[in-house]
Design a protein around this ligand. Structure first.
Ligand code: SAM
Length: 346
């Protein structure tokens, strides 16, 4: 059952009829990523610094009602798809309730990004709550490499989670961040897994932010990843036409002889900011117009202080006027982020 918005921040009917949310550069913003927690049960080498931030106590996250209320404001303005992320979203026991509250707002287009460790026992419940699909982060197809990258065990549980998500009928994809010197030897095993299982694996370029140990030596561009797949499998890759922004910024290639696909997300080597359709909401209720480079705008305090729908809509529209035309890495800068990816949600 969707949770009703309190009367003071219900959208006026006319606003719901308006066509969409545009940023300052005229890009249509239709996709919202919501981080529901900063907690994570893995400690991936490219995401969480080993010390400091790991020990920092998490500030109180938005309650499930606040998540749903915030999402309702966004959907009333034109957001059509929501992805729940984190931290690790399955660390929240009330995730199913959050999904059930959001799903009707986006006609079922609610998705989840997870490390999959707790997915096996929750996949069916999440589907029943209205979840449409899940992206599982899996940077290695072999246990040893998985443990080196995540600094934890859990490989078998993740594999069981992927299986459970697929048998529950959730649209399931895999995401792998590639770091030279860490898991480039996993590119081919992951591509073979995609082919054998008829699933989509998307390789993501390693992105820098302060404290995550990024260096040019570890960076592997999408073109090189594709070359490794093509030469290793000994087959031509057939690129799928881009159908729309809803499918995200990945370039997708069919693996001949089955349903399997590989994709690449070239955040750095060929950025796609000109096609950006997304904004992010952190678990602290801060709106981030861009992953890197924008001041966050607090929506939680106004929400808690009974701001009207118009006030919240104004804050959101104002934040979107500041959305950047491209990210700082294009100018060769490593973003000076106070927040890590586990706080912003990827
Ligand atoms: N815990 C969940 C998971 O593992 O998918 C959700 C949060 S995680 C921060 C979201 C995504 O961000 C994951 O696919 C992760 O691999 C990606 N990510 C984190 N740090 C990254 C980095 N430095 N470069 C590229 N992707 C990164």
């Amino acid at each position: 059952m969707p949770l009703p918005l309190p009367r003071h921040n219900q959208p006026p009917r006319m606003l719901r009829l308006k066509d969409g949310l545009k940023d300052g550069l005229g890009r249509s913003i239709t996709y919202l990523r919501v981080s529901v927690t900063e907690q994570c049960n893995l400690a991936c080498v490219y995401c969480k610094p080993r010390t400091g931030a790991l020990e920092r106590a998490e500030p109180p996250a938005m309650s499930r009602n606040e998540v749903v209320q915030a999402v309702q404001v966004f959907t009333s303005l034109g957001i059509r798809k929501v992805r729940l992320t984190g931290g690790e979203p399955l660390m929240r026991r009330d995730l199913e309730t959050i999904v059930a509250g959001i799903s009707p707002e986006v006609e079922g287009r609610v998705h989840l990004t997870t490390n999959g460790v707790h997915l096996a026992r929750r996949a069916r419940g999440l589907r029943d709550a209205g979840l449409a699909g899940v992206n599982v982060s899996l940077d290695a197809a072999e246990r040893g490499a998985f443990e080196r990258l995540t600094r934890k065990d859990g490989f078998s549980r993740v594999m069981a989670g992927i299986e459970a998500a697929r048998s529950a009928g959730l649209k399931t994809k895999l995401n792998a961040v590639v770091l030279r010197g860490w898991n480039e030897d996993q590119i081919l095993p992951l591509a073979r897994l995609a082919r054998a299982e008829g699933i989509q694996v998307r390789f993501i370029e390693f992105m820098p932010y302060q404290g995550n140990g990024w260096g040019k030596d570890q960076f592997m561009p999408a073109e090189e990843i594709l070359r490794i797949v093509q030469e290793g499998l000994g087959i031509p890759l057939e690129e799928e036409p881009v159908v729309g922004l809803e499918e995200g910024p990945a370039r997708i290639f069919r693996l001949p002889g089955g349903e399997g696909k590989v994709g690449v997300i070239s955040t750095l080597s060929a950025d796609f900011c000109d096609r950006c359709n997304r904004v992010r909401l952190t678990s602290r209720g801060e709106l981030k117009a861009c992953l890197f480079g924008n001041r966050p705008v607090d929506l939680l305090e106004p929400l808690r202080n009974h701001a009207t729908h118009e006030d919240l809509a104004r804050l959101i529209r104002q934040a979107l006027t500041e959305k950047l035309d491209c990210h700082p890495m294009r100018r060769g800068q490593v973003p000076d982020l106070a927040d890590g990816m586990w706080q912003v949600g990827g």
